[in-house]
Design a protein around this ligand. Sequence first.
Ligand code: SF4
Length: 361
Amino acid sequence: MELPAIPNRIETITAFKQNSGMIAAVLPIHYPRSLFRAFDVLPVEVWGPPGTDVSHGGAHLQPYVCSIVHNALSFLKKGGLDLADFIAVPHTCDSLQGFGSILLDFVKPKQSIFPLYLPRGNRPEDLRFLTEEFRQLYRHLSGLTGKKPSEEILLRCIRREEKADDLLRQLYEKRQKVSLSNYSFYHLVRTREYLPAETFISIAEKVLSRKGFDNPKGTAIILSGIVPEPMEVLTTITELGAAVVADDLACCGRRLYASGKSEQPFRRMAERILNAPPDPTRGNSLEERKQYLLRLADQTDARGVVFYDVKFCEPELFDLPRLRAKLKAAGLPSVQIEIDLNDPLSNQIVTRIGAFLEILG
Ligand code: SF4
């Protein structure tokens, strides 16, 4: 079944700006969408993008920095972020921390830069730290826009994002019955990277209201890693006879944020991020990740995990050898694939995924 019509990034940005809104280009992974929206700023995420000519940014970066950062810097330097009024750079990893410093100290783009520090844990002091970090971001946005949204406006924006994320969770829960292909499902999920929450809500509600759902076809697998690019890999997985029944992707399943509890807006935004599924960039332990993946496999009858990672992604690579060994010992096999955002899907990758699926039987 096809998806309802979905505006693309440029259409969304243009329409938002026509209504006097502003745009923040946001680097991966975690940040408070609702805080930007309270200032009438639409966050539009930058995961590369794939297929960028990296020569523009190469002079500032070592060759062993991942292609998300290489592409983002080149994209910015050749004018790809010109429609953005701000650039937010969460300190997700050393590569993005370096990216933020390069922008501030060398490239100095016309947009204001917001670095965003994320704690590596979920202790009370981490919650206090992140709450304060969001308060600081509020002051920064307020200084630049001249706006001072009230607590009531902030909470309204938070609840709208919570509703969108609740619908996202429902899509995941019903994914085994929703008659969308692997590709269409992730095309829809990834619109959270740029659509305003209210637009996503209306599209997700339409999809969830459909009747006549089918069962998934093929070998059930979990897709883990950073970002499913090129997206064609999802069609290839279907053609190889498998169904992605759950994911642990940084751009998707690791951001299934539950609603917060606090009535204090900054604290509630922080709670949502700190209570998200395990993520190596937020300091979750191997044991937490192992238990989470085993639980996902148990809930969805997944037979194996495809770790689909961006080359040179340190947070992923540090975990993978021991994480895969732990999963194997627990009876959940896996395969590790590495991609560069600028490469087409190679025959070698297709063969490796195919061979893994054959082993799963
Ligand atoms: S792919 Fe990995 S190293 Fe690159 S920006 Fe994302 S988390 Fe950082």
